[in-house]
Design a protein around this ligand. Sequence first.
Ligand code: CP
Ligand code: NVA
Length: 335
Amino acid sequence: MFQGRSFLKEIDFTKKELNYLIGLTGHLKQLKKQNIPHEYLKGKNIALLFEKTSTRTRAAFTVAANDLGAHPEFLGKDDIQLGHKESTEDTAKILGSMFDGIEFRGFKQAVAEDLAKYSGVPVWNGLTDRWHPTQMIADFYTILEHFGKLEGLTLAYIGDGRNNVANSLLVTAAILGVNVRIVAPKKLQPTEEIQEIATVYAINSNVEIIVTDDIEAGVLGADVLYTDVWVSMGEEIDFKARIDDLLPYQINAELFAKTGKSETIILHCLPAFHDTKTKTGAQIAELYGLTELEITDEAFRSTSSLVFTQGENRMHSIKAIMAATLGNLYIPNVE
Ligand code: CP
Ligand code: NVA
C-alpha cells in the first residue's frame, strides 16, 4: 500500500516496494519517451522546499510534477519562514492544509520526519545529511536498465564513505540483494549504526557487505563503481585535509583497471569535480594544483560512465515515487 505514504528513507519500504518503484520508473520512462500522457496527479499542488541548492532534484520534481498534471511551487530557504520565524510543526500544518505533497531537501532528517508527521500529506526526502532515498530509486533503476538484473551484482562505492549517498547505497543495496562495498579511509567509513542496519538486511538478502580502506580488495570484481563529492553540502571542513585523505580513492583509469573487469559501469550522483570548469574546481586547481578530484575527466566521459543517464533517471524515478504515493494507482500484491 503506497497511497498517502511519505518517502523519507529506504528502510521504511520493503524490498518488494522498492522494486516496484524501480519498475514503475522504467514504465514511466517509456510513457514519456512515447509521448503517452500520464497525468496521475492532475489538479494537485506540490511544494518544493529547498534548504540546500540543487539542480537535478529540483528539476526532476518540477518536470515530474508537470508531467503528472500537478503544479509544483518552489519554496527556497530564503523565501519562507521555516527555521527562521516558524517551527517545522507550524510550517508543516500550513503547507499540509494547502498542498497535496511536499518535497524537502535540507540538513536534518528530523525535519523531513516532522514535516511528514505534522503535514498529513506525503513528504518526499530530496536529500538530508543522513539519506538520499530518491537518488537510490534512480541509481538502482539505472543499474537494472543496464545489466537487466540487480541481484547478484556487486557495487563498490569509493570516496567519502559516511555521507548521505554512501549511507543510502549501503542500506539499499543490502535490501535489494546487491553485494556492496564501501571503500574509504577508516575515518570516513559509515557509522556503526548504519553498518548494523545494513548488516541485518544483508543477512536476510544473502549478500556480502564489505567496509574497507583496502582499495584493491574493495574494487576487485565490482560491476558498478560509484563515487560522490568529497565534501558534501553543509560540511565545514578543511578541503585540503579531505583531498589528502581521499586522493588515493579517486576513480581514474588505474583504479578502474583494479576491478579486473572491462564491463564495469561508473556512476556518480552529480554534481562532480572532474575538471576546472567550476568556481570551486578552479580554486582547488589554483591552490593545490589538482584539476580533478573524485573522478578524472577521462573516467567521467568514458563509455563506462552512465552518469548522465543516471541523472535523467532522477526525473523518471521521482515521478514514480510521487505517482505511487499520491496518484491512487492500482498496485496489486506489493507489501
Ligand atoms: N544528485 C543530486 O541530488 O543532484 P542535485 O544536488 O543537483 O539535486
Ligand atoms: N553527498 C552530496 C550529494 C549531492 C547530491 C551532498 O550532500 O552534497
